[in-house]
Design a protein around this ligand. Structure first.
Ligand SMILES: [Zn+2]
Ligand SMILES: [Zn+2]
Length: 195
């Protein structure tokens, strides 16, 4: 997270969409997941800030695409610029870093979903890979956590999404949540690096 409380601005290629967001913004995370590769045409890099400080100054052409059960992606329907990702009901919004006006002062500090990368490029070894987000490592951990959660819920007779959802769905939620607030999650000790 940058300390800067400045206001950042950005927009799409045709200027139909212009926006502002108040800092601080999260460090930029590179994402190699299949969805980001499709929507960006390569791989994506996004920052994230509080939705309370986000303002659309102009939204001509702004289109929202429901990309999963829990989130949607915003782009310009006129020029195709990929700008936003937000979770339904979430209190933050991810902004694809290339849509921000320069200079941003931001930095890519990590990359995720490297196991889903395209086969035509290599992962930049100078940027940290967050291993706790790689499917190979995180799936067994999450499966165990979900089993424990299911058992707890059974004990007290409650059911909810986690109890009934498939592991894939729950893992997807965890992934998206981590993309939004990895620092907070780490501070709360719910995930351990390299586990
Ligand atoms: Zn546009
Ligand atoms: Zn992604």
């Amino acid at each position: 997270m940058t300390e800067s409380t400045r206001t950042y601005s950005g927009g799409c290629l045709c200027d139909g969409v212009r926006f502002e967001i108040d800092g601080p913004l999260r460090d930029v995370i590179g994402c190699h997941c299949g969805q980001c590769r499709r929507t960006s045409g390569h791989h994506a890099a996004a920052t994230n800030g509080a939705i309370a400080g986000f303002r659309l100054l102009s939204e001509d052409g702004l289109t929202w695409f429901k990309s999963s059960d829990i989130a949607e992606r915003g782009f310009c329907g006129r020029c195709g610029s990929n700008m936003f990702w937000r979770r339904f009901g979430g209190d933050s919004i991810s902004i694809f870093a290339g849509s921000l006006d320069q200079p941003t002062g931001l930095k890519i500090t990590s990359q995720i979903y490297v196991e889903e990368k395209g086969d035509y490029y290599e992962i930049d070894p100078t940027v940290r890979v967050d291993p706790w987000l790689c499917g190979e490592r995180v799936f067994p951990l999450l499966e165990a956590a979900i089993e424990r959660r299911r058992a707890d819920l059974k004990k007290c007779g409650r059911t909810n999404d986690i109890a009934s959802a498939g592991v894939d769905r729950v893992v997807d939620c965890f992934h998206l949540d981590l993309m939004q607030r990895p620092d907070r999650r780490l501070r709360r000790g719910r995930y351990r690096r390299g586990g």
